[in-house]
Design a protein around this ligand. Structure first.
Ligand SMILES: Cc1ncc(COP(=O)(O)O)c(C=O)c1O
Length: 405
């Protein structure tokens, strides 16, 4: 079969693949614990469900404008004013089928062949593939000091004549780290000084713990929104637990927003209207579900940290937000794919290899599931890896004997 060079250069999404593997094993009755997931367990807000159901009941479900329903744009304008303290207009907004499509649109709209996009490691798995899909070249900055905090100097040093954009995701998937206010301020200034696009992937920016809040890049921008190269990407997937609705959006200068809308108009057209009405419901409705989710996640994070600290040799950085933790398991196994495979094969725990996020020796563990699953998953992992654990473990009726250490 002859596939394009592009198709051959793109890897499958490892996180979606893991979901499939876990579902297949569960269908076979295997007692799988999924610590690899990327979506909260909670239900969509009631206002989202009611709004969507009302539209479905009308039976009148037609194309939406390519860049989003007016009602959805209105909800985004209000949201941006409330949460970013920024006044934007409808021509600054493009509503897409998930934040993923919003980021893809930006990249298609700004990249010429060989243009470079810089982002720090660890990074969300899709950034390198998305940049390649848009014809660009991903440039990864790995903090030299072994932390998850790159310095602005490290990023600035990678800027060259092909650099078009920087992507910043804070709090970060997979490590949960929140970059400091000073860091965000300096990155905004750097991008303005070098005339680069700054794509702020703010998808998790209200799922932040310990009384902290995520810095707002708009606060540091000196250029007018209508000329600025700052792009904010947001969506309802994570904060409102609405991953299946597939609604996200980007806020950009009108020229870029128009280009993104044009691109989207030929790819998918506007996002599904029932999903947009659901998102309108979520954004305009009662907001307590985000705080409830945030508190649950903070509690789950604390439980996960406590259990991980009982693993001899595992180094763990406390996540400031999201629902992921990114411990260093290299004391047990340096090859993260091998380690993730062992944990799945032997004790049926799904984890995501750190290599997929640009850092070998780490595993991404999610705490968006139930506390019971989090605790049991970590217990099984400890049993599988710690030579001091008893030699046997029961998974339900099944007796496991550890013969691999
Ligand atoms: C950092 C980051 N950005 C974007 C996305 C895409 O979100 P959506 O489901 O809205 O497309 C994800 C999803 O996992 C993510 O973790």
């Amino acid at each position: 079969m002859s596939l394009s060079q592009l198709a051959r250069s793109i890897k499958e999404s490892p996180t979606l693949k893991l979901n499939e593997t876990a579902a297949l094993l569960r269908d076979k009755g295997e007692p799988v614990i999924h610590l690899g997931g990327g979506e909260p367990k909670s239900k969509a807000p009631i206002d989202a469900v009611v709004n969507c159901a009302t539209q479905l009941n009308s039976g009148d479900i037609k194309y939406a404008p390519a860049d989003g329903l007016p009602a959805m744009k209105k909800a985004v304008i209000r949201y941006t004013e409330e949460h970013y303290r920024k006044i934007v207009g409808p021509d600054n907004i493009v509503v897409s089928s998930g934040a993923k499509q919003a980021i893809m649109n930006v990249l298609y709209a700004i990249l010429d062949p060989k243009d470079e996009v810089i982002f720090p490691a660890p990074y969300w798995v899709s950034y390198p593939e998305m940049v390649k899909l848009a014809g660009g070249v991903p440039v990864i900055v790995t903090p030299e000091d072994g932390t998850f905090h790159p310095t602005v100097r490290e990023i600035a040093d990678m800027i060259g004549s092909y650099t078009k954009a920087i992507i910043i995701n804070s709090p970060n998937n997979p490590c949960g780290v929140l970059y400091s206010k000073d860091f965000i301020a300096e990155i905004v200034r750097l991008c303005e000084a070098k005339n680069l696009y700054l794509i702020m992937d703010d998808l998790y920016n209200r799922l932040v713990f310990d009384g902290r809040t995520a810095p707002n890049a708009f606060e540091f921008a000196t250029e007018d929104i209508n000329r600025s190269k700052l792009v904010i990407v947001q969506g309802v997937s994570k904060m409102y637990a609405m991953t299946g609705f597939r609604v996200g959006w980007a806020i950009a200068n009108p020229e870029l927003a128009e280009a993104m809308g044009n691109i989207q108009s030929h790819q998918t057209s506007g996002p599904a209207t029932p999903s947009q009405w659901a998102a309108v419901g979520a954004l305009n409705g009662v907001q307590y579900s985000i705080e409830t989710l945030r508190i649950t996640l903070e509690n789950n994070r604390n439980v996960m940290l406590e259990r991980l600290r009982a693993f001899a040799g595992v180094k763990v950085t406390k996540p400031d937000g999201t629902f992921y933790c990114f411990p260093d398991f290299s004391a047990y196994e340096k090859d993260s794919n091998k380690l993730a495979r062992l944990l799945l094969d032997k004790v049926r725990v799904v984890t995501v290899p750190g290599k997929e996020f640009g850092m070998e020796g780490y595993l991404r563990l999610s705490y968006c599931g139930t506390i019971k699953d989090t605790m049991e998953g970590l217990e099984r992992m400890k049993w599988a890896l710690d030579p001091n654990s008893p030699n046997e473990l029961y998974l339900g009726e099944r007796r496991l004997v550890r013969d691999w250490l």
